[in-house]
Design a protein around this ligand. Structure first.
Ligand code: NDP
Length: 257
């Protein structure tokens, strides 16, 4: 969309009717909420994760396609794209949401834990971006939304999580790199950086964490996953047609202090 259509409602720009969207890690937490939001906006959605039982249940609940995929495995990502393309059509929207985190002080991080965080959060996102991005660049159209984090911007406390923080900083910078490179090919790449959201990854009510994660924040509350859905739809749709290489921080003001 390059010029405003005067007869259209501004909300039409957020519609995703006829578009095909993939959400990695869409079977719980934020990914589930993103899949639901994209489907509500009109997209045909696939969720791609490892736990097939859980994915199958969510697919039934939301009316989306479940695809077994491990983002750390290149062949699995290629097979995922093939299945989505044949069942739903070529991918218009890729949401790189799959992620993992461990709490551990730097001197105690075992090598395999460091590796696992980078395998999922960085290499996994890279595999999906490169494999799906190739299809988008060839078609001259597409949108990628990477799920970054406030952890790319600040150091979380009280828990230490050096691998995760570094991995999310890589996600933000890779977002900018791909955005610059693929803009001439009609592909936009942005990141969404949430603050604390209640999911399995973030036990926001745990008394060990709540004082720092929640009570210390300007809004003094956490988000529920559904609150991030509209921001995701904004980045995935023509509503953000002139936006690429940006990081949208949605954190209840957490990074203000
Ligand atoms: P959850 O731990 O609840 O969900 C993680 C999802 O990733 C699951 O669906 C899981 O499915 C999937 N996943 C993990 N490893 C792989 C893999 N190798 N291949 C495919 N899928 C995988 O996390 P959240 O919902 O909290 O987090 C979602 C994203 O948001 C992450 O990138 C996280 O870093 C980010 N984030 C979260 C915040 C929060 O406060 N919750 C704050 C800021 C960012 P399965 O195990 O079935 O594969």
């Amino acid at each position: 969309m390059s010029t405003a259509d005067e007869s259209a409602s501004v909300l039409d720009a957020f519609r995703l009717d006829g578009r095909v969207a993939v959400v990695t890690g869409g079977n719980r937490g934020l990914g589930r909420a993103f899949a639901q939001a994209l489907a509500q906006a009109g997209a045909r959605v696939a969720i791609a994760a490892r736990d097939s039982g859980r994915s199958g249940d969510v697919a039934e609940e939301l009316g989306v396609l479940a695809v077994d995929a491990d983002v750390t495995d290149r062949a699995s990502v290629e097979a995922m794209l093939e299945r989505v393309t044949s069942e739903l059509g070529p991918v218009d929207v890729l949401v790189n949401n799959a992620g993992t985190c461990f709490h551990r002080p730097a001197l105690e991080v075992p090598p395999q834990e460091w590796r696992q965080v980078f395998d999922v959060n960085v290499d996994g996102l890279w595999h999906c971006s490169q494999v799906v991005g190739a299809q988008m660049v060839e078609r001259g159209t597409g949108v990628i939304v990477n799920i970054g984090s406030i952890s790319a911007l600040i150091v979380n406390r009280p828990q230490m999580q050096p691998a995760y923080n570094a991995s999310k900083a890589a996600v933000h910078q890779l977002t900018k790199s791909l955005a610059a490179e693929w803009a001439p090919h009609g592909v936009r790449v942005n990141a969404l950086a949430p603050g604390y959201v209640k999911t399995e990854m973030a036990p926001v009510e745990d008394p060990r964490f709540k004082p720092r994660w929640v009570d210390d924040a300007p809004m003094q509350r956490y988000a529920v996953p559904e609150e991030l859905g509209p921001s995701l739809v904004y980045l995935a749709s023509d509503a953000s047609s002139f936006m690429t290489g940006s990081v949208l921080v949605v954190d209840g003001g957490y990074t203000l202090w």
